[in-house]
Ligand binder design. Structure first.
Ligand code: HEM
Length: 532
């Protein structure tokens, strides 16, 4: 009897699942039929969408990354169209191909595109569903906020990321890079994973910068500190959340995924509570870190503890992986390119004395190498902007227009502009000299709207100077101390990782670091290397 009851229950359960499944498919199918002629009806060209796969069948099937497929569309249409209609599964998006139009969206028409698409899905996780799913810390990031909230969060960050503050942290960054150098020397390995090394360095820098904590990240290569683990967990979860957003409509409603795991929210809130108590009890422990600054402005800006913790996680999540990705790609490109590495080392050794912050920031060839890395591998490849007020956009030169309505989403792919041979000769080559001051430098490409590693307009990355400072300090120290070469496993091409939150070359970046002994450092002078 009991068994029969059990079987009935199971059957009912499966029927329900089937109904939900069919319901899900019906909703998805109706969605497809509603939307597939969305752009066509408005005179906008674009690739034909496929059921469930939208206009990205190859990345749907795991054959390549979304950005590679988006770039194929860019190359196919860019000569005739200023924008094309694409479909992320069933959702229509307008893909901008003309840099002038992209610049208008990011700057002149910013008020009409002032919201990032990501704010839409973070809101979904905050509102209606069960209170246990409510995310508290992620909503404090300007990246996902809008309106007055966005303005307030950005203005909290501005003094934290000011140039004077960065100057005062220069010594501390140099010290982190020195520890990285010692860490590499201590490893008796023939090769090391550059990405893993860069992650340790950026977490070390950021933990001092944000919380005033000297993290023991360089003690053991086989172990992660709690901060390191939390940062990794946040990124892993963020990737899951982003991919879940692309899933079917009802799946998203039934199983919304948090952007940050709950345990990391709890960890960082407890950390802030502990530091605040410590500093209240012994004011002499107040240092120049971000937490001290936030405590100082707490009353004036009416910040609650959650917003303070939120600001600190924003800095960590936006600041550590992005910078680590650039440092590791720069090392990869230098390892593959002996000419550039030798020339860079020679320019770094022109000065015997210790360089000041401003001198290091103004080293031209170092800057060119980093700009060229950001061009080839911009960590955030695509900007996703939501249209919030209707606007008419010229589609092509034959006089066709499209009316965008509030809620329409546009894609701007900095990756595609960066890899377009019309703007960057031999775009797949690593050639830092293209950013020579005499040729107009990075400014020329930024003004053309084709160089956007940090975005553009009022939402442009506020961490730009911090990022460049961290990257320059790390590359400076590593290139001065090591000759960096590829191993037999190092990728020779720039094939991209499919499932990565930020743009990354496929597989790990395995490199050899050969220590340059201090007493035998006989570098050729830059003048003798003019042929380079
Ligand atoms: C090489 C490293 C970095 C790159 C390539 C980068 C790139 C970007 C890009 C492309 C955006 C979007 C801009 C837009 O929507 O127009 C952005 C936004 C942002 N970045 Fe960065 N970033 C980097 C490092 C940092 C660092 C170190 C921080 C802070 C510690 C930071 C904090 C932010 C914040 C808070 C936003 C949101 C700004 C807003 O929506 O108003 N980033 N970043």
């Amino acid at each position: 009897m009991e068994m029969q009851k059990f079987k009935k229950r199971i059957a009912l359960h499966f029927n329900l699942l089937n109904i939900i499944g069919n319901f899900d498919n019906c909703i998805s199918l109706s969605y497809l039929t509603w939307h597939f002629d969305y752009w066509h009806k408005q005179n906008v060209k674009g690739p034909r969408p496929q059921l469930f796969k939208g206009t990205f069948p190859k990345s749907f099937a795991g054959q390549c990354s979304l950005i590679e497929e988006l770039h194929e569309i860019y190359i196919k249409y860019k000569t005739c169209e200023r924008c094309v209609g694409v479909f992320s599964r069933h959702v229509p998006k307008l893909f901008i191909l003309d840099p002038v139009l992209a610049a208008e969206i990011l700057t002149n028409n910013f008020t009409k595109f002032r919201v990032n698409e990501s704010s839409k899905w973070v809101k979904k996780l905050v509102n209606k569903y069960t209170s246990s799913r409510v995310e508290r810390l992620r909503v404090c990031s300007p990246f996902v906020s809008s309106g007055e909230e966005w303005r307030a969060r950005r203005s909290d960050l501005a003094p934290i990321l000011s140039i004077n503050r960065l100057r005062s942290y220069y010594e501390s960054m140099l010290e982190s890079a020195d520890q990285l150098v010692c860490f590499i020397e201590r490893q008796n390995c023939t090769y090391l994973n550059a990405k893993e090394l860069a992650n340790r360095y950026t977490i070390h820098v950021m933990s001092k910068f944000i919380w005033g904590i000297e993290d023991k990240i360089f003690e053991n290569i086989h172990q992660k500190t709690p901060l390191h683990r939390m940062a990794d967990n946040m990124l892993e979860q963020a990737l899951k959340c982003v991919s879940s957003y692309e899933k079917t409509f009802s799946w998203r409603i039934l199983r919304p995924i948090r952007f940050f795991p709950k345990e990391t929210d709890v960890f960082f809130q407890n950390l802030i509570k502990m530091l605040m108590n410590q500093r209240e009890e012994s004011p002499e422990k107040r240092t120049n870190d971000v937490v001290s600054h936030l405590i100082a402005i707490k009353e004036k800006k009416s910040l609650n503890d959650e917003q303070i913790a939120g600001n600190t996680t924003t800095l960590l999540i936006d600041g550590f992986e992005t910078v680590a990705v650039v440092v590791s790609h720069c090392l990869l490109l230098l390892a593959r390119n002996e000419r550039v590495q030798t020339k860079l080392r020679a320019t770094l050794n022109e000065n015997e004395r210790v360089l000041s912050y401003d001198e290091l920031m103004n080293l031209r060839y170092l800057d060119q190498c980093i700009q060229e890395t950001l061009r080839l591998f911009p960590p955030l490849t695509t900007l996703f902007k939501l249209c919030v007020e209707s606007i008419t956009i010229k589609v092509n030169e034959s006089g066709k227009y499209v009316n965008l309505k509030a809620g329409d989403c546009v894609y701007i792919s900095s990756y595609s502009f960066h890899h377009d041979a019309n703007y960057f000769e031999y775009p797949e080559n690593f050639w830092p000299e293209r950013f020579n001051e005499e040729l107009g430098g990075a400014k020329k490409f930024r003004e053309m709207g084709v160089f956007l590693p940090f975005g553009d307009g009022p939402r442009m990355c506020p961490g730009l100077k911090l990022a460049l400072s961290e990257i320059k300090v790390a590359i400076f120290k590593l290139v001065k101390n090591f000759i960096i070469t590829p191993t037999e496993n190092t990728r020779k091409d720039n094939r991209l990782e499919i499932n990565s939150f930020l743009l990354s070359v496929k597989d790990c970046i395995e490199l050899n670091f050969h220590k340059i002994p201090k007493d035998t450092q006989t570098f050729p002078s830059v003048k003798s290397l003019r042929w380079l």
